[in-house]
Design a protein around this ligand. Structure first.
Ligand code: ATP
Ligand code: MG
Ligand code: FE
Length: 344
């Protein structure tokens, strides 16, 4: 099927078009430079930027894919989770396009899209996978039995998301927002064994109750304390970045591999903005190889928010024969990770 995906849950206005698993267009307008001035995403700024960028981005995607609106088999739009006002811009636009053209509309989960986008790169997913979903607002281990029909909750972060930890630690060491890419870069020049930062929820007592859960706020505090204790002297930013990044990636990969082994699932599927992290990919390669597991992830460009991922999920929903959403469906800023398609 020919599907358009619309994404506006945070600060990227994304419109993608796919035919089956084939990517035809992936247009993204971002307010990240404007947001960087505030050191993080300001919801009102994001909503306004979406309103300005939405229709031009839709038009660019249609031109790029060389298709017209009426040729689409469906439109998929992010209904949640995300910033309430930002979501409403994308959903409002998608409803208007659907109402005007009669093209069916699917209101979908942003997190499911981060997982489904992998199929644009690696083709259909055969069998089940353990999804490691790591982004700016979420860090989850989920069990993926069917990309369109069944994903279930396995574990989550009890406090900060992995991406959030990258962003906060960047700020602590004086690097710009968003922190993920700059820490990744700084870490390449640093020694990841320079400082032994804590690995949250990996002690024996935590492994009973929170076997597949994460915690990153203690790590962030440990970095802040380490810096404070050295006030006045020069901070080895690259070593701090590398050692912090290692602590995050160590826990993420260990728990994902453990979940796969204990649930007898042979594939790990990585998704979300932090999936762009080069050390996370490297460590996952090592550890999945050791454990004889398959590893799948999308190219970096498709890890952070975009419309192609929403279109990829829409394509699965249509292929699975699921009915479109009623046009009155709401946005849900805290939509749960196991709801793929929003109800009405
Ligand atoms: P969510 O998907 O949970 O709603 P979001 O959409 O804001 O949150 P994404 O766009 O998926 O988040 O990811 C953005 C996050 O990814 C930011 O926190 C950013 O710092 C992080 N990130 C991006 N590139 C990298 C990288 N190379 N290494 C680590 N983190 C990264
Ligand atoms: Mg973003
Ligand atoms: Fe996201």
């Amino acid at each position: 099927p020919l599907i358009m995906g619309i994404e506006s849950s945070c600060d990227e206005t994304g419109v993608g078009i796919v035919r089956g698993h084939e990517l035809l267009a992936d247009e993204v307008a971002s307010s990240v430079e404007e947001q960087a001035r505030y050191g993080g995403v300001v919801p009102e700024v994001a909503s306004r930027a979406h309103l300005e960028a939405m229709i031009p981005t839709v038009q660019r995607a249609l031109e790029k894919a060389d298709v017209s609106l009426s040729e689409l088999d469906a439109i998929a739009v992010t209904a949640g989770p995300g910033l309430a006002g930002a979501l409403m811009v994308g959903v409002g636009a998608a409803k208007a396009l659907s109402a005007a053209t009669g093209v069916p509309l699917y209101g979908v989960n942003h997190l499911s899209s981060h997982i489904a986008v992998d199929t644009l790169e690696n083709g259909p997913l055969e069998g089940s996978a353990i999804g490691l979903l790591v982004s700016g607002g979420h860090s989850n281990i989920i069990r993926v039995d069917d990309l369109a029909l069944k994903t279930s909750y396995v574990g989550e972060t009890l406090d900060d998301a992995a991406g959030e930890a990258f962003d906060k630690v960047a700020r602590i060491v004086g690097l710009p927002y968003p922190g993920g890419p700059v820490i990744d870069k700084a870490a390449k020049e640093g020694d990841r064994e320079a400082i032994r930062f804590p690995r949250g929820l990996t002690q024996a007592k935590d492994m009973k109750k929170h076997r597949y859960d994460f915690s990153f706020s203690g790590l962030k505090t440990a970095v802040a304390r380490w810096i404070e204790a050295r006030e006045g002297s020069e901070i080895p930013v690259n070593d701090v970045a590398a050692s912090f990044q290692e602590a995050v990636c160590d826990v993420l990969t260990k728990k994902a591999v453990l979940a796969a082994q204990e649930m007898d699932i042979d594939t790990i599927l990585l998704g979300g903005g932090v999936a762009a992290n080069s050390r996370l990919r490297e460590l996952l390669h090592e550890r999945t190889a050791e454990a004889d597991l398959n590893l799948r992830y999308p190219r970096m460009r498709l890890c952070t928010d975009n419309g192609a991922m929403v279109a990829a999920l829409g394509s699965h929903l249509v292929s699975a024969g699921l009915p479109a959403s009623e046009l009155r469906f709401p946005t849900d800023s805290s939509l749960s990770v196991d709801t793929i398609l929003i109800g009405d």
